[in-house]
Write a protein that binds this ligand. Structure first.
Ligand SMILES: Nc1ncnc2c1ncn2[C@@H]1O[C@H](COP(=O)(O)OP(=O)(O)OP(=O)(O)O)[C@@H](O)[C@H]1O
Ligand SMILES: O=P(O)(O)OC[C@H]1O[C@H](OP(=O)(O)OP(=O)(O)O)[C@H](O)[C@@H]1O
Ligand SMILES: O=C(O)c1cccnc1
Length: 482
């Protein structure tokens, strides 16, 4: 997985273009931005994730003898280009918004500043890595939000679109707030808690449900979660679980971290009844967990029905982001460096005004309200622009320019979101651990007002352009239309 050299994990056209640049002696330094246009799942924000895997990919970029032989066998590439590839390594700069950060449409999440042959090659892998993990992190943030403090366990490996999606999806889900994953390889690779209960097959393999529960409790007295819905949840499952818990208590076992799981039926009705039965039997600290095709909407609905569910096992809908299966991040050329070292802004036009790119070598600032550290807006600007937050700042909507806000000096704070990750091909960034990223992400989510977090029709955050950037864009559009 992460230890693989993924150099050929690219679209063929990156390599054919690369050969074209090589043959034409074009290898000027360029700026590419990775950004997305619409928040997934109708959300009000996204969580960016995947940077650590991107770093790993860039570090390992090199063409092996087998890679060169394979490319040779395609009869597309000439010997001098293949010879160049033999010595290839990434020599450029990369800036990125750290993982776990709340992000918004149109702002660069990753910026690559490198000779065009290198910057072009990395497009596909960069997109597949960041798009996938950002998608699952965003979906998970919605599920965790719906659970409202109840733990969410990631149970999706068996339904993920293959092993990689299962493992890196689990990583993204942990960053976005899951309390654990059933995925043991993810646990080993990322040092995150692994959690689990047992399947219906465990119950069915014994002559009766009670024996199955008892055997399980003997083996795992400190993490005893019994699946109560194999035969009849209220008539046999819960009573048998209570019988086993009673026996455990009578035999002197100190019951902690124990409970039941329901995986079918009316989860609101059944958990209310199960809660009552457990409480009446003196097991009010037994937890109730539920699974069964859950997502953020079902969890919200179950909560509104007064379900008694303490923790949620969520698989298919979260690991596949079923209702929104793609993140839609793109990678666009924004500037080309001239012989004097200046970045010449480039723009991609579109009939669709939202699809016109933001030109130039840029960065992003986040503007916080000083009083409560909530996000006020994001500001995309040129990389060398500076702002003085001891002075008033006027920001405006780049599409509806009459919408302007004046921020009074002393009431706001600025933070540059893009940080250096590679400098001259050397990694200058140390990724936090996944559990540290989980904490970072949780604090990031606290910087959003509730209006941006709600699941349905959230308010969209303002992502504005600086005056300088807006003028450059306007002038380029004018020039293009002449
Ligand atoms: N009270 C409820 N309100 C809304 N949806 C619910 C409620 N209880 C369960 N569901 C959802 O209804 C769907 C169907 O559940 P049901 O238990 O009937 O089927 P199932 O899980 O496929 O059962 P089985 O595993 O026995 O085939 C699941 O997505 C489940 O999460
Ligand atoms: O429902 P999900 O959100 O995907 O959560 C994971 C599901 O995986 C298991 O089911 P299993 O593979 O045994 O199949 P099932 O759907 O028939 O229970 C588990 O019992 C959950 O129901
Ligand atoms: O441990 C569990 O209960 C579990 C794990 C994976 C999928 N469904 C349930």
């Amino acid at each position: 997985m992460s230890t693989m050299n993924l150099t050929l994990l690219t679209d063929l056209y990156e390599l054919t273009m690369m050969q074209g640049y090589f043959k034409n002696n074009c290898n000027e330094t360029v700026v590419f931005d990775m950004f997305y246009r619409t928040n997934p799942c109708g959300n009000g924000y996204a969580i960016c994730a995947g940077l650590d895997q991107l770093i790993d990919y860039i570090r390992r970029l090199s063409f092996s003898d087998d890679d060169i032989a394979y490319l040779d066998s395609l009869h597309l590439f000439e010997d001098d280009f293949l010879e160049y590839l033999r010595g290839f390594h990434f020599s450029g700069d990369i800036y990125a918004i750290p993982e776990g950060t709340v992000v918004f449409p149109r702002e660069p999440l990753v910026k690559v500043v490198a000779p065009i042959m290198e910057a072009q090659l990395v497009e596909t892998a960069l997109l597949t890595i960041i798009n996938h993990q950002s998608l699952i992190a965003t979906k998970t943030a919605r599920v965790v939000y719906a659970a409202d403090g109840g733990g969410v366990m990631e149970f999706g490996l068996r339904r993920a679109q293959g092993p990689d999606a299962g493992v890196y999806g689990a990583r993204a889900a942990m960053i976005a707030g899951c309390i654990g994953t059933s995925n043991v390889l993810a646990g080993q690779l990322f040092d995150v808690p692994v959690k689990g209960t047992h399947a219906h097959s465990w119950i069915m393999s014994f002559p009766d449900e009670y024996t199955a529960f008892r055997k399980y409790s003997e083996l795992y007295p400190d993490a005893c979660c019994l699946l109560v819905d194999t035969y009849d949840t209220l008539k046999s499952g819960v009573p048998n679980a209570i019988r086993v818990f009673t026996e455990m208590r009578e035999s002197g076992i100190e019951l902690k971290n124990y409970g039941i799981r329901l995986d079918s039926g009316d989860l609101a009705y059944l958990t209310k009844r199960a809660r009552q039965m457990l409480d009446e039997a003196g097991f009010s600290d037994a937890f109730i967990s539920a699974s069964s095709d859950l997502d953020e909407y079902l969890i919200t609905s179950l909560k509104s029905q007064g379900c008694k569910i303490d923790s949620w096992g969520v698989g298919t809908n979260m690991i596949t982001s079923r209702d929104c299966p793609a993140f839609g991040g793109v990678y666009k050329l924004a500037a080309v460096q001239d012989e004097n070292g200046n970045f010449i802004p480039k723009i991609k036009l579109s009939e669709n005004i939202e699809k016109i790119t933001n030109p130039g070598n840029k960065t992003v600032f986040r503007i916080y309200e000083k009083a409560d550290h909530k996000i006020k807006a994001d500001l995309i600007c040129l990389a060398d622009e500076t702002f003085d937050d001891t002075k008033d700042l006027t920001i405006f909507d780049p599409l509806e320019t009459w919408k302007r806000t004046k921020l009074k000096a002393g009431t706001y704070e600025l933070r540059e979101l893009l940080v250096p990750v590679f400098k001259n091909g050397k990694c200058v960034y140390t990724s936090p651990s996944v559990m540290e990223l989980r904490d970072i992400c949780s604090k990031e989510l606290d910087t959003l007002w509730e209006e941006h977090r709600r699941l349905i029709n959230p308010s969209q955050m303002y992502v504005d352009l600086s005056d300088q950037l807006y003028d450059i864009k306007k002038n380029l559009l004018h020039q293009m239309s002449m």
